[in-house]
Design a binder for this molecule. Sequence first.
Ligand SMILES: Nc1nc2c(ncn2[C@@H]2O[C@H](COP(=O)(O)OP(=O)(O)OP(=O)(O)O)[C@@H](O)[C@H]2O)c(=O)[nH]1
Ligand SMILES: [Mg+2]
Length: 842
Amino acid sequence: METEELAVEAATAFPADYSIAIEYHGPPVPFEIPCAIPIEIESIPLASVAAPASLPPNLHLPVIQPLPLPKKPDEALALDHIVASPTSVIENHSAIDGETSGEIPDAPLEPCVGGVDSSGPVEFSNDTALNESGLSSDFESSDFSDEDEGLAHQKRPMVVTFEPSGSASPAKESTQYDSEQKIKKGSCSRCFKGSRFSEKESCLVCDAKYCSACVLRAMGSMPEGRKCISCIGSSIEDSKRERLGKSSRMLKRLLSALEVEQIMKAEKFCEANQLRPEDVCVNGKQLSMEGDGHVAELSVPTCKVEAGILLEGHKPHNIISPNLNVGGGSLMKNASNGNTGIVINGREITSVERQMLKWAGVQIAGNPHFWVNADGTYQEEGQKNIKGQIWGKPGMKLICSFLSLPIPSKAINSSGKEAIKMLDRAVPDYFEQRALQKLLLVGYHGSGTSTIFKQAKFLYRTNPFSEDERENIKIMIQTNIYRYLGILLEGRERFEEESLAERRERKSICSSAGVQESAESDNVTEYSLGPRLKSFSDWLLKVMASGNLEAIFPAATRAYAPVVEDLWNDDAIQATYRRSSELELLPSVANYFLERIVDISRQEYEPSDLDILYADGITSSNGLASTDFIFPHSACDIDGADQEETRLRYQLIRVHTKNLGENCKWLDMFEDVRLVIFCVAASDYDEFFEDANGVTLNKMIESKRLFESIVTHPTFDQMEFLLILNKFDLLEQKIDTTPLTLCDWFSDFKPVLSRHQASRNQNHGATKAQMAFHFTAVKFKRLFASLTGRKLYVAPANGLVPYSVDAALKYAREILKWEEEKPELIEYSINSAYSTDPSFSP
Ligand SMILES: Nc1nc2c(ncn2[C@@H]2O[C@H](COP(=O)(O)OP(=O)(O)OP(=O)(O)O)[C@@H](O)[C@H]2O)c(=O)[nH]1
Ligand SMILES: [Mg+2]
């Protein structure tokens, strides 16, 4: 097929000729005969069960050891583990005597010989991690008897039986199973112990549930993830797709981090767990396995397609090679349910994509129809000339990342290298494929969002700021310093006028009293500047008033550095600086920079990390900034064993409120964030400003307003929120002198303080600042509950202190973890609502 034809026909997401829409039909998963387990049961090759092709050969996994064949056809196949000792070579393993007789084998077990016709030796190098990971102790603690062993598989709803002919088939539920109905509901499917409240791992295929003592026996080395041994090779239950690759805490406890990682990798990417081709529709056509085997490339393990492209009715998810010959037929115009009137490659795009095009500088007035090519160039439908490159503009990659829109791979070109590359890849890089946990950081102006954002970069990134970023921050600091200086100069003028006015008043009092006047000059005060500095001051104030400061500085820094030095050392400026607390417009951080104004205004100035942290504002495209990170593992993490969690990737996206547009309309760009972090400066309660109409507003009330609009925004319906109450240090500084009730919303704050508390003795109950903090938190919590009916999480912070921000962000991580586990808890409570179990009490 010619390229132009492709452009017209194989439509979809952005570039029509290389994107496809995938429709997913949730299938009833038929029970299939597990093809990974050979039918000749007497000679199960160990490797076929324990080490699938997709896993590395020296994998440290528990090894499955088959027991002797069941004598009766309907007797369940029981398999159990042995643990390989370090560097042992396992050959021709036999049943473990102790297992069948109900004895607990010593761990680690020696390799056994005889009984099984192994397909060859399987070597396990250095298995210490395994032995120390809890497997052996699990053996010791396991309480399994012959009876348990026999019942285990029969209790499971779906049992594989092996018939004399050697073929396996799904068994009817055994009569023994019926007779076991009296066994406690929700107990372990193998040992029948525990209740629905005890922790269990369930099989992705048949949903049999196992307690921690049985799970490794029932599931073996998990070559396809969490499946009973007899379910290996079977398709997973569809409702469980979301669980793929997300380890449970139980597994993390029982196995080493490496083992869990490998099992989760296998679970997510092994063939048996992928969607079947017939369940996937590309551009309205069902895929088939015939022909070129492209389905394997599409590898669609989860409902949210990872390597895939676009789920029908959603914005684009990924861009694939134009050479990938899947999905014939053209894309429906409504494939994304877009309503913008703008059509790209035959598809009406979504509002998020429209915003992206705007930022990319694409002219979208009049709702044009475009064709976008593989290299990102685009042209209007019916016209030949290329109008531009969508992803060419600097910062577009970043913007697409915020909007969760794909960007074309560099490798995509007409020679089809990309397709070849994809085919070469056996198992995609687990870490690359892992979904990002997106955290959106917003807050009212000055609440500390950019400080927290920068702090996160310092905390979790090895190279927090690139050379370019440092250069931009340097420019920002140098510009800011002139702004602070300007505020200081304005203050100087005011103080000078006040001083002169006082003098005039004094003079008139003296003259009316007939007292001799002092010999002071009429218009010189301690705030007066000499003519040279005065003319510089006038010029700077004029530039500031015209709003051209950014245009002039810091390019002019080199020229003005000597004047700045003279100005700073001048007595008038020093006298003004001593009264800097009276200058409302001067930010508290200005003092930090003004003290070093001479150094900073030099051309060769290099900002230190602290300078970067304290710098007001952050340079980023369109007020958006994002950073990816992994929480480093530390001994004092809440769950020390939770190594897997600590390695999840997070993306912190900071957006400036001025970029959210009227009524926060751009918030819908952030539909796939997992958590919104709303930042409020706890010290804002007594801060006021004048709006454009000259109305005086309280910053805390404005923060509350913004909070209400974000919380009630439809994009964040059901979204979890974390409120960071920042600037606790400033709250502490002012609460004793400025009452919280200055803010109308807090007029009912009436703390009861003991004498000790009043004297701020921290050893005796909460301080006034803590009470004020608590009161503010409760106000926001109640507001949130009244708007959403849900619970607001709150964390205190001091943005300038690393560990404080670290604690707040780790709290965010805990909320997400808790959210993931919540469905299980809900399942328990739903089940328990119908429970006849007398042991259950709500
Ligand atoms: N004392 C103190 N100052 C803080 C704290 N957090 C931030 N600041 C300072 O407060 C000022 C405003 O903080 P930013 O992080 O720029 O606030 P923002 O939310 O980005 O505000 P805008 O950029 O104005 O939208 C900066 O000078 C920070 O250094 C804090 O916890 N304590
Ligand atoms: Mg800022």
